[in-house]
Design a protein around this ligand. Structure first.
Ligand code: DGL
Length: 281
């Protein structure tokens, strides 16, 4: 890893990282709430999905991406990926940042989501749908227990949902089958659930189908808004970081896959033209 003196020190963009397209569902909220900042979005589409990968690989891939975003001038990186937040964030914060540059920051998406759940659930029974990696890590259970020990959390691993999105099949009949299967399974395991956290940033791209198979009285929580508001609040509390974010409203997109399909999908989803560049991590 590069030493801190090799990293650019001038103010730079906010880095947003995900295994693929999912982080766009978070970045869209960040852009709408804080359009003045510069952003770099990095999707590791060539190696997505991360959800079924080992702890070691998710950590290694995420660290590579964070380091590259630092090299590109970012002082603050948001892991807009639950799997990376669950499996890599703590180690990067505690072991890697002190060596790379202790003044840079990497933040995840699970804590801000856990913080909001206390106000949302009435029954105090909450479901989490996420990748196998996120569910196995029990990170949601631990984060929610720290803040709201009375809330019962039931996690449901949905190993095919992110691959369905990455492969452009979110509108297919296959997507219906797998969405219905896991929503039914989750609600059968705890019929008192009144709120379901979409604990994977890819899942808002399946939102219509998830809503269709979920009883109307059960609330669905997409993370984008909560993560964006939490970031805004963080920057208000940390003027030293705010002064290191450049503000020209520029957006750059990078993908480890070929940019054409990334551009097409991202443009459709964001409603603005996206012209990504290829990057090797
Ligand atoms: N979007 C990511 C998440 O929030 C990862 C999905 C995947 O790559 O499996 O977990």
């Amino acid at each position: 890893m590069q030493h801190r003196t090799d990293l650019p020190s001038a103010p730079g963009p906010i880095g947003v990282f995900d295994s693929g397209y999912g982080g766009l569902t978070v970045w869209r909220w960040m852009r709408d709430l804080m359009p003045q900042y510069d952003y770099i979005y990095l999707g590791d589409n060539a190696r997505a999905p991360y959800g079924n990968r080992s702890f070691e690989l998710v950590y290694e891939f995420t660290l590579q991406a964070v380091h590259r975003l630092f090299q590109m001038g970012c002082h603050l990186v948001i892991l807009a990926c639950n799997t990376a937040s669950a499996k890599a964030l703590r180690t990067i914060q505690q072991c890697d940042l002190p060596q790379m540059d202790p003044s840079r920051r990497v933040l995840g998406v699970i804590r801000p989501t856990a913080e909001c759940i206390g106000d949302v659930t009435q029954t105090r029974h909450v479901g989490v749908v996420a990748t196998a990696g996120t569910i196995k890590s029990l990170t949601y259970e631990m984060e929610i227990a720290k803040l709201f020990p009375d809330i019962v959390v039931t996690g449901e691993a949905c190993p095919l949902w992110a691959p369905i999105v990455e492969n452009g099949e979110a509108q297919s009949d296959g997507a219906d089958y797998f969405v219905r299967k896991h929503i039914n399974s989750l609600l059968a395991r705890d019929p008192q659930i009144d709120s379901i956290i979409l604990g994977c940033t890819h899942y808002p791209l399946l939102l219509d189908k998830i809503r269709h198979y979920t009883p109307q009285e059960v609330r669905l929580l997409s993370q984008g808004e909560y993560v964006a508001r939490s970031l805004e609040n963080y920057l208000q509390r940390h003027p030293e970081m705010l002064s290191r974010i450049s503000c020209h409203a520029s957006r750059r997109f990078y993908t480890t896959e070929q940019p054409d399909s990334f551009n097409e999908n991202a443009t459709m989803f964001l409603g603005e033209p996206v012209s990504a560049e290829h990057i090797v991590l």
